[in-house]
Write a protein that binds this ligand. Structure first.
Ligand code: GLN
Length: 219
């Protein structure tokens, strides 16, 4: 386990992508570390050679070139996003075209809405409304809290490759709108991953496997 993601100085963020020798360096990938499972994302990004920066405040979001919204508890995540003043900066970040990868609770936050929102336990999640999907929290029910199975990764991303996916109290994608492209399916065809321009949403946890391709989509 690594420590907290590398902190970079807050000053001159606009110069972070240029070294002293004038070579361009990618900006770090931000990890939304308000809550949840971000350490394994940090490790996976390290394995593919990307520097990371913990994002808990708007000033940190301004220093990154891409962002991971990790799994966790979406009710808490939603409240912490509002409490830390990150909601509008996250919307602006997405609108600027910078990539965002949302996994599990992260895809709940990226979604345009939840089904069964009236359930009392689900009160309080305010999705960002960025990704053209609706999701059902804990859609696999209590009888299967966690499971792994192969996932078919479609599109150019992996040249129709298959990899192993870990689901932990995962949401289900209930509906995929026309703006979202399907990039991953369960063996029975159920959609578990979508992409919409710079946004990627996965109901499973790619950071728990050994397949860095989803993280490579962060540029
Ligand atoms: N069940 C959680 C929620 O609804 C998500 C679980 C996860 O991110 N691993 O927020």
């Amino acid at each position: 386990m690594g420590g907290p993601p590398t902190q970079r100085p807050a000053q001159h963020p606009e110069k972070d992508d240029v070294t002293m020798r004038g070579e361009t360096m990618p900006l770090p990938v931000g990890l939304l570390t308000l809550q949840g499972d971000y350490e394994r994302h940090q490790q996976m990004l390290g394995r593919i050679g990307r520097e990371t920066l913990a994002v808990r405040r708007p000033a940190e979001l301004a220093q990154v070139g891409a962002l991971v919204i990790p799994g966790g508890e979406s009710t808490t995540l939603s409240r912490l996003i509002d409490r830390s003043g990150l909601r509008q900066p996250l919307l602006d970040f997405a609108a600027s075209g910078k990539p965002i990868l949302g996994t599990c609770a992260g895809v709940i936050m990226l979604s345009r809405g939840l089904v069964n929102e009236t359930h009392p336990d689900w009160h309080g999640v305010q999705p960002l409304g960025l990704l053209d999907v609706t999701v059902e929290r804990n859609g696999f029910g209590r009888q299967i809290d966690s499971f792994t199975e192969p996932v078919e990764v479609v599109a150019d991303l992996a040249r129709n490759h298959s990899c192993h996916a870990v689901y932990i109290r995962a949401p289900r994608i209930a509906d995929v709108g026309p703006d979202a492209e399907i990039i991953a399916r369960r063996p029975d065809g159920e959609v578990v991953g979508v992409r919409q321009g710079n946004l990627i949403g996965l109901t499973f946890h790619p950071e728990l496997g050994d397949d860095g391709r989803f993280h490579e989509l962060l540029g």
